[in-house]
Design a protein around this ligand. Structure first.
Ligand SMILES: *Cc1c(COP(=O)(O)O)cnc(C)c1O
Length: 372
């Protein structure tokens, strides 16, 4: 049998090794090293933001965003149910109430019309999350939230290099966040970024990231923060990766096109949309959804594919169906049918930067076999 095709494999063959050697040679390995500042400056320029604050991962970036906006008990935050746990956990840990909306059946991003219906006098923020390579209709969301004074937290963890009608994802939120986990468009191993324009808000994020140490009285604390710092080693890898973001985006888009043409004859699955009115797909991952006539679900399909040497991942499990939140009395009686269906029928194919044409062809052969 030929080798297993992993669901993700990053490309690390640019300047990563050279920059890491510089860290070792100079002894700068902590967050005080020069690559952290450099990554912040270069990423801020790339996304068109005034400030970037490097953090330990994309999940804590969301914790920081919620804390920096002063969101807490009594506040409601609207978010898509179809997302990663990090989004809801940041809201819940802050003591605020998460309010879930459904997503669009075709582009899988949050339904902005439903956001409008769920706004109450207690709505403090909307957390928008770009999903799987397409993105939220941010212009509509900003037009909805801005006049009402509702803040936007934009989770762009899957949207490096993506843009809404030419304006970069990550430039819309009052606070926007990114992840640099190895399956994202660019990686630092573990890492994340918080983006803002407001100077005071940037200071607050920097302070919360660094235990709220005070410049004058270092070990006297007026507030509780976290150690969410990124190391110079991680940032060194990030600087090398950022140099190749355009190339990586082209690689992913070529992968999307390749799967699209290879899968064109397979009637049993719904494929991702190549574009929406406001953006082209950058294919963070290539997701597929089993049509309703297929007599088994995504779990069974993924098991069969695994036996044929193809790695896959299930789609997100909706926030309103999470046992942990049910136990807390959250989302009780909520029904969001699109998210529920995607969770049960959807999964994604090997989508890493290193995926070859031959591997993609083998993946599609395996899919045909499973769905024959
Ligand atoms: C990956 C991801 C995160 C979390 O990032 P980590 O760096 O893995 O903590 C948050 N939100 C979304 C939408 C993601 O895809």
């Amino acid at each position: 049998m030929t080798s297993f095709i992993p669901v993700n494999e990053p490309l690390l063959n640019g300047n990563e090794k050279r920059y890491l050697e510089q860290c070792i040679d100079t002894g700068w390995i902590s967050s005080e090293g020069p690559f952290v500042k450099r990554l912040e400056e270069e990423f801020a320029a790339r996304v068109g933001r005034k400030h970037a604050v490097a953090v330990a991962n994309g999940s804590v970036a969301l914790d920081l965003a919620v804390a920096a906006l002063g969101i807490g008990p009594g506040d409601e935050v609207i978010l898509p149910s179809f997302t990663i746990i990090s989004c809801a956990s940041a809201i819940v840990r802050a003591g605020a109430t998460p309010v879930a909306v459904d997503c669009d059946p075709k582009h899988w991003n949050m339904n902005v019309a439903q956001v409008a219906q769920r706004i109450t006098p207690r709505t403090k923020a909307v957390m928008a999350v770009h999903i799987y390579g397409l993105c939220v209709d941010m212009e509509a969301l900003v037009a909805l939230c801005k006049p009402k004074g509702i803040a936007i937290i934009e989770d762009a963890a899957e949207a490096h290099g993506q843009a809404v009608r030419g304006k970069p994802c990550g430039s819309f939120g009052d606070i926007s966040t990114f992840s640099f986990y190895p399956n994202k468009h660019i990686t630092t191993g573990e890492g994340g970024m918080v983006m803002v324009d407001d100077d005071a808000l940037a200071k607050r994020c920097q302070s919360l990231r660094n235990l709220c140490f005070q410049p004058e009285k270092r070990f006297v604390h007026e507030e509780l923060g976290w150690n969410f710092r990124m190391s110079n080693l991680q940032a060194a890898v990030g600087c090398a990766q950022l140099e190749r973001l355009d190339e990586f985006t082209r690689i992913k888009q070529a992968m999307g096109k390749r799967y699209d043409s290879l899968l064109a004859g397979l009637d049993a699955i719904e494929r991702p949309l190549p574009a929406v009115a406001w953006a082209d797909n950058i294919y963070w991952v290539y997701g597929v959804v089993l049509k309703d006539h297929v007599p088994f679900d995504a779990t069974a399909a993924m098991q069969k594919l695994g036996k044929l040497g193809v790695g896959t991942r299930p789609f997100f499990w909706p926030m309103h169906e999470q046992p942990v939140f049910k136990k807390m009395g959250l989302f009780l009686g909520e029904s969001l049918p699109v998210s529920e269906r995607l969770a049960r029928r959807g999964f994604y194919l090997p989508s890493g930067m290193a995926l070859t044409q031959a591997q993609a062809e083998r993946v599609v052969e395996a899919l045909h076999e499973v769905l024959a």
